[in-house]
Design a protein around this ligand. Structure first.
Ligand code: IDP
Length: 147
């Protein structure tokens, strides 16, 4: 079953949006298989955003993601990587449709509430970077037969 890494960024935690965001993915029919509230070291932030190392906003991005607790999650389900990206909305909230998380709750690209893996390769890399094997659970839910 496909898995993805999602993270409520420090702005989302500060704005009490953890429950709202978890609820959206639960209601969609996805299964939460790993979750933790944590502070992020600069080392982890730099590894996570390594692909943006040369971008002018890299320093700002690392400062932001390490500025307060984040809520890191692993979600599982059919096509969860691409569907979670559509539920999040475009990177820049100005372009994100209403009904998406960024479209509904964010106004600036710097503080856009949520991160989600953008491909199967990044999902695999990010889950391994943020979670140990024993923090990602495998369990059955009887409701799964109805999704
Ligand atoms: P994504 O989060 O939608 O996958 P990416 O292009 O991978 O978008 O960028 C990672 C994060 O870097 C974004 O979510 C956003 O917080 C931040 N970011 C992207 N572009 C800018 C920018 O132009 N200024 C400041 N921050 C940016």
């Amino acid at each position: 079953m496909e898995k993805t890494f999602l993270m409520v960024k420090p702005d989302g935690v500060q704005r009490n949006l953890v429950g709202e965001i978890v609820s959206r993915f639960e209601k969609k029919g996805y299964q939460l298989v790993g979750a933790k509230l944590m502070t992020v070291s600069r080392e982890l932030a730099e590894k996570h955003y390594a692909e943006h190392k040369e971008r002018p906003f890299f320093g700002e991005l690392v400062d932001f993601i390490t500025s307060g607790p984040v809520f890191a999650m692993v979600w599982q389900g059919n096509n969860v990587i691409a569907n979670a990206r559509s539920m999040m909305g475009k990177t820049n909230p100005a372009d994100a449709a209403s009904g998406t998380i960024r479209g509904d709750f964010a106004t600036s690209v710097g503080m856009n509430i949520i991160h989600g893996s953008d491909s199967p390769e990044s999902a695999e890399r990010e889950i391994a970077l943020w979670f140990s094997n024993d923090e990602v659970l495998a369990y059955d839910k009887t409701i799964q037969a109805w999704i």
